[in-house]
Design a protein around this ligand. Structure first.
Ligand code: SF4
Ligand code: SF4
Ligand code: FES
Length: 236
């Protein structure tokens, strides 16, 4: 890899620009394993302080820095520039979400859909005297479900999510299944009608974009299949 990589970045400030445009910056590779976020910081701190992008934890935990690089959604803070195998990176905001400025998208709709599926334990039984017991075997069933960091890379990569503004999207389904699969939860009768809606799990075309996009290697499509199975078993 050469010492410099071009970052061609989507720029748009709705208060100033009539239309979006792309601006190229030369980013110096200053160490092996340099991350995309370091490149963005280099631009902002040394070349163009007007560039807007989100980041916080810078270690793949907060989920705030999802972006699209050369057509693939990813987190800027855990993606090494050298792993992309190109000296020219086209960097855009997450697709399918309204742009607020440059690489910053409006995630209100994404989070509203997350809330819609009731992402919390629902209990009907009397509260036990001690903790809600869960066996190690039942706890294990939540592996691959609870690790989601709400970065939006999955929903933003989903053609059904782009096409239908009311489609709940892969993240909401993964989160719904995280609770439906929890032995302590008693909320299936509240959640399943929401998921059985025409904007629910049946609208997924099993294209697997969401699986490929997830930086945590989670599998929203598998969750969708499990929810469909539960709906059929319960004769919804
Ligand atoms: S598998 Fe379903 S939810 Fe995932 S990207 Fe494809 S249509 Fe969207
Ligand atoms: S399922 Fe993966 S891609 Fe989707 S929001 Fe969670 S961590 Fe991000
Ligand atoms: S900055 Fe927090 S996940 Fe990347």
């Amino acid at each position: 890899m050469s010492k410099y990589v071009t970052f061609e970045i989507f720029r748009y400030d709705p208060e100033k620009d009539k239309e979006p445009y792309y601006k190229s910056y030369k980013v110096e590779i200053r160490r092996p394993g340099m991350l995309i976020l370091e490149g963005l910081n280099q631009i902002k701190w040394e070349q163009d302080p007007t560039l807007a992008f989100r980041r916080s934890c810078r270690e793949g935990v907060c989920g705030s820095d999802g972006i699209n690089v050369n057509g693939v959604n990813m987190l800027s803070c855990i993606t090494k520039i050298e792993d992309l195998g190109s000296d020219h990176l086209v960097i855009q905001p997450l697709p399918g979400m309204p742009v607020m400025r440059d690489l910053v998208v409006d995630v209100t709709d994404f989070f509203n859909k997350f809330i819609t599926v009731k992402p919390y334990l629902i209990r009907k039984s009397p509260t036990p005297d001690k903790e809600y017991y869960q066996s190690p075997e039942d706890r294990k069933k939540l592996d691959g479900l609870y690790e989601c960091i709400l970065c939006g890379c999955c929903s933003s990569s989903c053609p059904s999510y782009w096409a239908d503004k009311d489609y709940l999207g892969p993240n909401a389904f993964l989160r719904a299944w995280r609770y439906l699969a929890d032995s302590r939860d008693e909320g299936a009768d509240e959640r399943l009608p929401i998921l059985n809606d025409k904007h629910g799990v049946w609208r997924c075309h099993t294209i697997y974009n969401c699986v490929e996009a997830c930086p945590k290697e989670l599998n929203p499509t598998k969750a969708i299949v499990e929810i469909r199975r539960m709906l059929m078993n319960r004769n919804y």
